[in-house]
Design a protein around this ligand. Sequence first.
Ligand code: ZN
Length: 252
Amino acid sequence: MKYEELYEFVKKFKYVVALTGAGISVKSGIPTFRGKGGLWEKYNPEIYGTLSGLTKVFLFSPSKVVNFAFEFGETICNAKPNKIHFFLAELEKKGNLKSVITQNVDNLHQKAGNKNVIEIHGNFFRWFCKKCRKEEIFSEDEIMEFLKNLKSIKGRKNLIKKYYEFTKCECGGHLRPSIVFFGELLPEKEYRKAEEEVKKCDLILTIGTSGVVAPASTLPLIAKENGAKLIDINPGESSFKNIADFSTPSLF
Ligand code: ZN
């Protein structure tokens, strides 16, 4: 399917919502975690995908966590939005698309120009204090400088000390990224907003999401139950293909 065809179809609907997953950012240079060249080829997701696993490795050999964070951070900071991100930003500007619900933490929808982005798995650039919950948003340069600094520090104790210095909040607590790790609950406010949006929509676009990660995978089902149409855009396997009114592997 081409963009023009999709736009002709989409413009007939009054309240369009998109649900996006890792597949949308592959053409931006971010491999999916589980896919070819993805981080889970090198790092064990049971350790590096969980906060408890990361904390344990960090205390014993912090440089391993720093290398992992650096690789992830560099990929995300260098990524630029692709045609589908820009298409969604254009749809929002034209008034058809009301919101983008994303499972991605890469900030690419905002970089493309979307204003109403609901991030149900957090954002790599937004950190919060574990104690006072104050939020801080970092730029790509700030994140890269922080990671480069950590990479240059030698010695386990020094590295741990520096990490806690760098992430210290005014209140005495420490900042952590807002990313939702495996086993953590989704941010309640965002998820509730996402549910409200899918209940309101008359068309939902599922893009680059395999539909296996719950509870995000239930959102298109809620939309369908409320009478919405579903278009699934996914080059890989997707459980939404079965319930889609139309499905296509790509827009490129
Ligand atoms: Zn604080």
